[in-house]
Design a binder for this molecule. Structure first.
Ligand SMILES: Nc1nc2c(c(=O)[nH]1)N[C@H]1C(S)=C(S)[C@@H](COP(=O)(O)O)O[C@H]1N2
Ligand SMILES: [Mo]
Length: 405
């Protein structure tokens, strides 16, 4: 996409967010006029993303990584996928930001400034695997509507913040609490202020886990705007949609949260397996919780041409709430498997790094397939797992092509 086209498509209001300040006489800007400071910008520069990230959608912004861009142990912003359901907030004033804890099951409704959160509660840092529930959707047949994510809608950055539990307990949790729901300041695509683009949540036990944070830093710096500045809920191992960006309200609910994209078929899969293409009633759909075991070969890049018969492969594996117990690779289309070395996670809910030295018997074309097994003994399927109407939870083995000269 040419930059002029792109910038025209950007909503006028988003200029302010991109500039990082208000355009004082913005209301006088001619329609289609590009502020000088932005002329020459492109989405990759604007969001500081690697130029080989793939833009799936511009409105809302949805951008995915490629496997080889995820080679770092801790994912840098430049390789982090972006998933938005609505419009990126245009004006964020961190100094006046308030987080409100409310809901049927809060003892005392309370609001906190960022300074309150930072000074009142202990800070924690965790590396968390955050994967979109729809990662891998592009393989489903019949196809599922939605962003056609390939393998790159996952990241494992380092998040610093306060425990959600500490804040909820400070406000007080009534004994009938069952769920939390987040609310955020991003606008619905229609700009209708009564509509929320997304408002999801999780059951209390997940909300109260040590690693569930209200984060104000990512990889040691302020969270980039596109990833939730100034405050983000992070819940590793669960569909990324639980990790609300730009969060300004958390409700403690006495029932399963019923916000936008919690109900119907959103982020749900059939409670029992169905045949491909089958219609499933909403009441037969179950909310996705912990994500399934999965892995990614991040080095070499698929398509590598080798001048010798030995190859070091590297990658990461993760398993939702569980740990990865075993990692294997195959060069014969899954007939035989060889064990890889797999490291312990940096902390619970962080992905684990694996590596192996692969020996090829002769020159020619190969595929290297990778397969992780979780601590319950459940392995990734070699091919697409259970079809579901919305195309969630594709955890099929990742594979790369290599040619040995
Ligand atoms: N406020 C808000 N939070 C949100 C979303 C959103 O659209 N608005 N998208 C969710 C979804 S579906 C995903 S996959 C992740 C993506 O996080 P990222 O853009 O930081 O990678 O954010 C989640 N949190
Ligand atoms: Mo998502």
């Amino acid at each position: 996409m040419k930059r002029k086209e792109f910038i025209k498509k950007a909503a006028l209001g988003s200029f302010a967010a991109l500039l990082g300040t208000d355009i004082v006489f913005g209301s006088k800007l001619l329609n289609g006029y590009i502020p000088l400071a932005l002329d020459g910008s492109d989405p990759f520069e604007m969001f500081k993303k690697d130029k080989s990230m793939v833009i799936l959608n511009e409105k809302p912004w949805n951008i995915e990584a490629k496997a080889h861009l995820l080679n770092d142990n801790v994912t840098p912003n430049s390789s982090m996928f972006v998933r938005n359901n609505g419009l990126v907030p245009e004006k964020i004033d961190a100094a006046s930001w308030k987080l409100t804890i409310d809901g049927e099951s809060v003892v005392n409704e309370k609001s906190y400034s960022l300074a309150d959160l930072k000074s009142k509660f202990k800070h924690y840092t965790y590396q968390l695997t955050i994967e979109c529930g729809g990662n891998g959707r592009n393989e489903f047949d019949p196809p599922a509507k939605g962003n056609q994510w390939s393998v790159g809608a996952v990241h494992c950055a380092s998040w610093t913040g306060v425990r959600l539990r500490d804040v909820l307990e400070d406000a007080g949790i009534k004994s009938d609490a069952v769920y939390i729901g987040f609310h955020a300041v991003d606008k619905h695509l229609s700009r209708d202020p009564k509509k929320e683009p997304i408002s999801r949540g999780c059951p209390m036990p997940k909300a109260l886990q040590d690693e569930t944070l209200l984060a104000f830093k990512m990889n040691g710096k302020d969270i980039p705007l596109i990833h939730g500045y100034p405050l983000r809920l992070v819940a590793g191992g669960w569909p990324a949609s639980v990790s609300g960006k730009w969060v300004n309200r958390i409700s403690i609910r006495n029932k399963i949260h019923d916000g936008t994209k919690m109900t119907g078929s959103a982020y749900r899969v059939p409670c029992k397996p169905v045949a491909p293409g089958e219609k499933v009633k909403d009441e037969d759909m179950c909310i996705i919780e912990s994500m399934p075991v999965k892995s990614l070969i991040t080095s070499p890049k698929s398509g590598a041409i080798l001048s010798n018969k030995s190859l070091n492969i590297k990658g990461h594996a993760w398993a939702g709430e569980l740990e990865v117990a075993k990692m294997e690779y195959s060069i014969d289309f899954g007939s035989t498997w060889t064990t890889c070395e797999v490291q312990k996670p940096a902390n619970r809910l962080a992905w684990q790094h694996f590596s192996a030295n692969v020996k090829f018997p002769q020159s020619g074309y190969y595929e290297v397939w990778a397969r992780a097994t979780d601590s319950n003994g459940v392995a990734q399927p070699m091919m697409l797992p259970g079809w579901n109407p919305k195309g969630y939870l594709n955890n099929a083995c990742h594979r790369i092509a290599v040619k040995v000269k």
